[in-house]
Every structure is written in structure tokens, then in C-alpha cells.
Design a protein around this ligand. Structure first.
Ligand code: FAD
Length: 237
């Protein structure tokens, strides 16, 4: 389905990373973790990659606005999106995709996430906690530096309010002296510090292609059943 919607506001959620808040079109329904194709209408400039990008919906269905977020990498599409004034109309197509939470709430969900791959996960976790579902949710979010962590305040608040949600940040490039979470890339020892029985959860991997591949290989070397791994790769990072 195709819809028109308008930009309500935008907000920097991490260094060089912007969230865009759109009105939710009448009749638009989606499951947490799904994506839209966002198309700029008659932009002043365009390039060979065109005016459309696939973006995950970062907001949860219960929230009133439709949020997407992206690292601004200088493409014409993203520069135009960044410069867009409030009220600008865009087209969205969707929702698409099956990167959604499993149904059995007795199985924990473990999210091993890199960078901007956090977008669909914000939607999944926010909705599950809003619904007061019984899932044990564990998020390990990897970024280079603290200022690179998208939605850090949202997750910190959710973790404070919900004992069934554990939030762990790991920094791979620079950690301040007073940093009291994890350091370095996600590895076997780190996963085992938070996941007691590694064969009970469903694992969700999302982020740049190389990161997702590395996480899948890690889980496979840890003898996690491949059927328990779901992933979303973001090309172009
Ligand atoms: C299922 C799915 C969900 C996704 N969800 C999201 C999301 O929530 N948020 C998000 O940001 N992205 C998401 N993506 C990726 C998104 O669709 C784009 O591919 C990505 O953001 C890159 O777009 P771009 O406009 O920056 O680069 P594009 O113009 O599309 O170019 C991609 C490639 O061109 C090159 N390139 C572009 N710009 C530069 C530059 N300045 N310097 C050097 N090389 C460059 C790079 O090689 C890059 O890999 C998702 C993709 C999929 C398939």
C-alpha cells in the first residue's frame, strides 16, 4: 500500500544520526520490526540511487507518530531528507518484512545490534514492554563511541522502568574513563555474561552487513541453533 504523509519534526539522536517523525497515515498498520520504502517527492536534486530508500520503522505501533532514523552519510537522498522543512509531504510504501518478534513469550529475545541497526529493535522492545508481555528481553548494542549510540535515553528509561529488559551498551572505539558498561566488540564471553542458557533465546541481529555476518558466525561457533537466529542486514553501511 502507498500513502502520503508529512514531516512533523526531526531530532538528532546521535552524532550525525537523525530521527524523522512523520504523521501516521490513516489506515497504516504495521508490526514492530517492519520497514517502509520512503520516497522523496520531486526533490530539487537526485542521484543515480534515486529518491527511495528502505528504512525500518523505529516507532512502536502504539506510538502516535511514525519514526524513521538514519546515519547521514552525504547521499543526495539523505541530505535532502536532512534539509526538509516540517510539513513536507513524502510517500511511504509498506509495511514490508518479517523481522518481527517471535510469539512464544517463554523464550527470551536477545538482540545483538550494531549502530543504526537499532531502528527496528526500538519498535519491537517498546511495543513488547508497552504490552506488558512476559518476554525476557536482552539488548547488547554496539557502537564506536558514546555519542554514536542512537536512542540511548529511550532504552535507558525503558530498562529502568522494566525489570524484564536488560540494556547493555558496548563501545568499540573509545570508552570514557568512567564507563561502566561493556568495551569492545560483542564476543562469546560478553554474550555469556548476560545469557545464562545460550540455547533458550531467539537471537535478533541487525546492523551493517559485515556486523550481522560476524554475529551470525559467532552464534554458530557457540552452537546456537540456526533456526533460533533472525537477522536484518542494512546495505550501504
Ligand atoms: C530491510 C532494510 C532496512 C533498513 N533500515 C534502515 C534504517 O532504519 N536506517 C537506515 O539508515 N538505513 C536502513 N537501511 C539501509 C538504507 O536503505 C540505505 O541503503 C542506507 O541508509 C544507505 O543509504 P545512503 O543514501 O546513505 O547511501 P546510498 O546512496 O544508497 O549508497 C549506498 C552505497 O553508496 C556508497 N556511498 C553513498 N554515500 C557515500 C558517501 N558519502 N561516501 C562514500 N560512499 C558513499 C557507499 O558505498 C554505500 O554503501 C535498511 C535497508 C534494508 C534493506
Amino acid at each position: 500500500m502507498s500513502y502520503k504523509t508529512n514531516l512533523i519534526r526531526k531530532r538528532e539522536i546521535a552524532d550525525g544520526t537523525m530521527a524523522f517523525y512523520f504523521s501516521k497515515p490513516e489506515g497504516f498498520e504495521f508490526r514492530p520490526g517492519q520497514t517502509i520504502d520512503l520516497t522523496l517527492i520531486d526533490p530539487q536534486e537526485t542521484d543515480t540511487k534515486g529518491n527511495t530508500r528502505t528504512l525500518s520503522i523505529a516507532s512502536a505501533p502504539y506510538e502516535t507518530e511514525l519514526i524513521v532514523a538514519t546515519r547521514l552519510r552525504g547521499s543526495v537522498f539523505k541530505t535532502t531528507l536532512h534539509d526538509m522543512s516540517n510539513g513536507t509531504i513524502v510517500e511511504i510504501d509498506g509495511p514490508f518484512g518479517n523481522f518481527t518478534l517471535h510469539k512464544d513469550t517463554n523464550k527470551p529475545a536477545v538482540f545483538l545490534i550494531g549502530g543504526i541497526g537499532i531502528t527496528p529493535v526500538r519498535s519491537m522492545i517498546a511495543q513488547a514492554l508497552h504490552d506488558q508481555s512476559n518476554y525476557d528481553l536482552i539488548l547488547i548494542q554496539a557502537n564506536r563511541k558514546f555519542i554514536d549510540i542512537p536512542f540511548v535515553e529511550d532504552f535507558a528509561q525503558l530498562a529502568q522502568d522494566n525489570p524484564n529488559f536488560k540494556y547493555i551498551e558496548t563501545l568499540t572505539a573509545f570508552t570514557p574513563d568512567d564507563w561502566n558498561s561493556e568495551r569492545g566488540r560483542i564476543d562469546e564471553a560478553m554474550v555469556k555474561r548476560y545469557v545464562t542458557n545460550i540455547n533458550s533465546p531467539i537471537y535478533y541481529l541487525s546492523g551493517p552487513e559485515d556486523m550481522v555476518k560476524a554475529m551470525r558466525n559467532l552464534l554458530i561457533t557457540m552452537d546456537v541453533d540456526e533456526d533460533s537466529i533472525r537477522s536484518e542486514e542494512f546495505p550501504g553501511y
